[in-house]
Design a protein around this ligand. Structure first.
Ligand SMILES: [Zn+2]
Ligand SMILES: [Zn+2]
Length: 609
């Protein structure tokens, strides 16, 4: 699983879905999922020798070969490329700055070379190459028709290098009525806007700072974004940009204040005597990874896709929730050895039904999920079976930690008859399903939904080992998972025979400002690591980073945050938005529950580094 998404789509089910789908014989699959075999697969896939199945590790390929051998042993048809079980593709696992980066300013003929990491830094999604030209200041670089504001109105930046402020005018936030920043604050939005206006490059500056906040450059390694945003983009320190604006008789902070107060653009060209030459050279680190695909043909050409991602975080990285343990194997037993083992067990269960099913089943073990659903996205772009014959997709991501017999099923609104089909199947199994809990998460089924293929998502909930080295095999509840697999087998069997579900588009709610790393909108540093396990209300801290503002205020692991300043905290979203609205240097009164008592503390927010 990659990122949390809200369950709103689960509440917008179409009322027309009560089509009779209950006529097919239920439970005709003769085999049951076996808890011991299942546990065995999890144990192998989450073992140290699989190295956390990171895209850059040999362990991922090793895990892929294990899956392949199982498919082969079961006599399933290879459905990768060239008669093999594998479909390979390249992923970018990181980026490195090459030594050739440079930023040179020429002023009235005098050259000044800026220092990398001290004066300027390229962003990881910058285009590479060399550009030079005159400068122009374009405020926040925003074109926000909806707020009657455009930094580019009557202002031509063709072939210029534009200087852009981070964030957005405060009026956007007020007018949008949103708690977080709008998409105009995203660095990517700013870069694309500048590119579309014909600018040659973007130079980003922090602009006005909060109390006690330093003018820090973004960390190159910490930024996530697209491969290449199509224009060079670097950040410079405020002082650098200010010296340029001086040449035009202006000041950066003065211009920003005017924009903020009047909500009016202050775009201007800088004198032609001032020129910049920029060279960005970034080395992308790439790995070749594989989807592993096997097919059980049915009587017709139509088929159901059963999927699970088998990759994980390797030894940590940007998505680790235990950054202090970077370098340790992140075992990913629940995420997602649990789903992969389920896929293998279902492959065994269905291989016994050879020739009996009306529709075929594609068993798909995806790679690259943790890097952004890359394996499933690659498959739907380069399907190894006709995509229009895919009836539905069933995704298993984190199914190994079922508590109290409760599972989350997402996507029931994406197909016309899915909800009644799931409900009918449920009556034959000892499980309860939560359709409306916040357990819905972005995973590979999303790639299928974007192709208008109905998809279901099975998930047993978050926990405090999520994306940490401690997500290990012995914490998996194999009998409960086997029970869920019987339900998935039942639903699969129905889908392999029932009337084909019609795709239903369900609006996905987008919360906040998308990828926080690319938006520059995280807010100040607090220092708690939330526990994703369930609490009635509030946010429980799985851990508190040593030396962080939270630690200095005496907050402890296990505390449940219920109040942040004026804001009651009911869930992680409340906390995130409250934090985003705060400034570095703010002293915030917080309340936590500790052992049934309410404890107050004062936290001084710091700058993220
Ligand atoms: Zn996952
Ligand atoms: Zn994950």
């Amino acid at each position: 699983m990659t990122e949390l998404m809200p369950p709103k789509f689960l509440r917008t089910l179409p009322a027309l879905a009560l089509i009779a789908v209950l006529a097919w014989p239920a439970g005709a699959v003769s085999e049951k999922a076996d808890a011991d075999r299942y546990r065995g697969h999890v144990k192998v896939l989450a073992a140290d020798r699989m190295e956390g199945r990171g895209a850059e590790t040999k362990g991922l390929a090793r895990a892929g070969r294990y899956i392949e051998r199982e498919f082969q042993r079961l006599g399933l048809k290879p459905m990768g490329e060239n008669g093999t079980y594998e479909q390979s593709f390249l992923v970018t696992t990181g980026a490195r700055l090459r030594p050739q980066n440079s930023l040179v300013v020429t002023r009235n003929g005098a050259r000044h070379q800026l220092k990398l990491r001290e004066d300027y830094i390229p962003l990881s999604f910058s285009s590479v190459g060399s550009v030079s030209g005159p400068l122009a200041f374009v405020g926040y670089g925003a074109s926000a028709e909806e707020f009657g504001y455009d930094d580019y109105t009557h202002f031509d930046v063709k072939d210029k290098v534009v200087v852009v402020l981070r964030r957005e005018p405060p009026a956007f936030h007020e007018k949008s009525g949103r708690q977080g920043p709008t998409h105009h604050a995203h660095l990517i939005t700013k870069a694309i806007n500048a590119r579309n206006r014909g600018a040659k490059a973007v130079i980003l500056v922090n602009g006005n700072l909060g109390k006690g906040e330093q003018d820090l450059l973004l960390r190159f390694e910490r930024l996530a974004g697209p491969e290449d945003v199509g224009i060079p983009i670097v950040q410079v320190k405020n002082a650098v940009a200010d010296s340029w604006l001086e040449a035009a008789g202006a000041s950066l902070s003065q211009l920003q204040r005017e924009i903020d107060e009047k909500s009016e653009p202050r775009s201007r060209s800088l004198p032609d005597s001032l020129q910049v030459s920029l060279r960005v050279e970034i080395e992308k680190l790439r790995s070749r990874v594989h989807n592993v695909l096997a097919y059980l043909p049915g009587k017709s050409e139509e088929y159901v896709v059963l999927g699970a991602h088998y990759d994980h975080l390797g030894r940590g990285g940007a998505n680790s929730l235990a950054p202090s343990q970077t370098g340790q194997i992140h075992h990913g037993a629940d995420d997602n050895a649990s789903g992969t083992a389920g896929l293998l067990e279902l492959a065994r269960v269905f291989s016994v039904e050879r020739g009996k099913l009306e529709r075929g089943i594609l068993f798909a073990a995806f790679a690259g999920e943790e890097l952004g659903l890359l394996g499933s996205a690659h498959w739907v772009k380069h399907p190894t079976l006709p995509l229009d014959k895919a009836v539905a997709m069933l995704n298993m991501d984190m199914i190994g930690r079922i508590r109290d017999g409760k599972v989350y099923v997402g996507g029931v609104g994406t197909g016309s008859n899915l909800r009644p089909l799931v409900e009918a199947a449920l009556r034959r199994h000892r499980l309860t399903v939560d359709y409306s809990s916040s357990g819905y998460a972005a995973s590979d089924h999303t790639s299928f939904i974007t192709q208008r293929i109905p998809a279901l998502f099975f998930f047993s909930g978050l926990h405090s080992d999520y994306h940490k080295p401690s997500d290990t095999w012995e914490k998996i509840d194999a009998p409960a998972a086997a029970n869920l697999l019987d339900l998935v087998a039942d639903i699969t069997e129905q889908l392999a025979a029932a009337e084909r579900p019609q795709f239903v588009k369900v609006e996905a709610e987008t919360r906040g400002a998308g990828s926080p790393s690319a938006s520059g909108g995280y807010g100040p540093y607090f220092g708690s690591i939330p526990d994703f396990g369930e609490v009635e209300t509030g946010v429980r801290f799985a851990d508190v980073r040593p030396g962080s503002p939270a630690a200095k205020a005496g907050l402890l692991p296990g505390d449940i945050l219920i109040q942040f300043g004026e804001t009651p905290v009911k869930n992680l979203y409340d906390f995130t938005y409250a934090l985003r609205r705060s400034k570095v240097g703010d002293v915030v009164e917080v309340k936590v529950l500790r052992g049934g008592q309410t404890v107050s503390a004062r936290v001084t927010l710091e700058q993220r580094r």
